[in-house]
Write a protein that binds this ligand. Structure first.
Ligand code: TA6
Length: 288
């Protein structure tokens, strides 16, 4: 179907009620709803749907380079290229319970660095799943390294009432302190100022507890060992033209990523990164 500014998008619906919307531009998921049709993702009211500008919100794909960790533009270029629907059989998500999925593929343009078809398939099942698949189809025998993140913007009721569980006691690189390495203390994360950290070797499951909505968003990941947690807060929010001045109060990025240890693929090798989102009623909210 046609999305904003006439950009092509695919709408995925699962019989159990969950759904997702993904633009072919950047293979960018802009909506992800749970079985109660609640929107889990944040999309800025000022997001610019105008290539080559990345869309502010949803799930930008940072590939083949996270942030400025390399020679490319920040976060690489996968998020500002047009992907295509790959309907060559067999769809590689055949083994998922989902009835609705789309298999998007990025065909490298000649002026991109030697990057190989990066295939993203979005399985929208009961517990939605998004799988990114990267294969080195190099014919000159060259290996290929990359860093990656699903730069996911979550919708929250009030950032000052949010807690993140699952990252306690882990080491992190603090982007606000020259990416120096620190160790997180033993309690859930809370937020009262700009926050920009790369947590290392994190668990499969991370929980975002939203006090007001009385729900917890559960992020499950596979093949993505690190997790970036980011909130720009007020000053940085004002500096972004595609982000409302007070929108930092209603979003939190928790990004399933592979950053500390870049992934290297030899020709023919393939990497998969999986992201699954779901919600549970939040015990934290009922004060237990
Ligand atoms: O989420 C981590 C981060 O690297 C932040 O430092 C900030 O730059 C954010 O990504 C947004 O980057 P973008 O290029 O999308 O504005």
């Amino acid at each position: 179907s046609k999305g904003i500014n006439g950009l092509d998008k695919v709408i995925l619906r699962d019989p159990r009620g969950s759904s997702a919307e993904v633009y072919l531009y950047g293979a960018h998921v802009t909506s992800w709803k749970n079985e109660q049709a609640e929107e889990l993702l944040f999309l800025s009211s000022k997001a610019i749907f105008k290539p080559p500008k990345p869309i502010r919100g949803g799930i930008p794909i940072c590939f083949p380079q996270f942030s400025n960790l390399g020679p490319l533009d920040s976060h690489g270029f996968a998020r500002n290229r047009f992907w295509t629907i790959d309907d060559s059989p067999p769809p590689f998500l055949t083994n998922t319970p989902s009835k609705a999925f789309v298999d998007l593929i990025l065909k490298p343009s000649e002026d991109d660095i030697k990057i190989w078809p990066h295939r993203v398939a979005l399985g929208s099942g009961g517990d939605l799943m998004m799988t990114s698949r990267i294969r080195n189809t190099n014919i000159d025998g060259k290996p290929f390294s990359f860093t990656f993140a699903n730069h996911t913007y979550f919708s929250v009721s009030d950032i000052s009432e949010v807690r993140v569980e699952g990252l306690e006691t882990l080491d992190y690189l603090d982007n606000l302190q020259k990416r120096e390495r620190f160790t997180e203390q033993g309690d859930a994360l809370t937020f009262e100022s700009e926050f920009d950290r790369i947590y290392l070797s994190t668990p499969t499951k991370i929980a975002i507890l939203d006090h007001e909505k009385k729900r917890t968003i559960v992020l499950r990941k596979d093949g993505l060992p690190d997790a970036v947690v980011w909130n720009p807060w007020d000053k940085k929010a004002k500096a972004m033209s595609d982000f409302g001045d007070d929108e930092y109060k209603y979003m939190l990025c928790v990004e399933a990523a592979a950053i500390e240890k870049p992934i290297t693929l030899k020709p023919g090798e393939e990497w998969k990164g999986r992201l699954e989102l779901s919600t549970v009623p939040s015990s934290y909210c009922s004060g237990q």
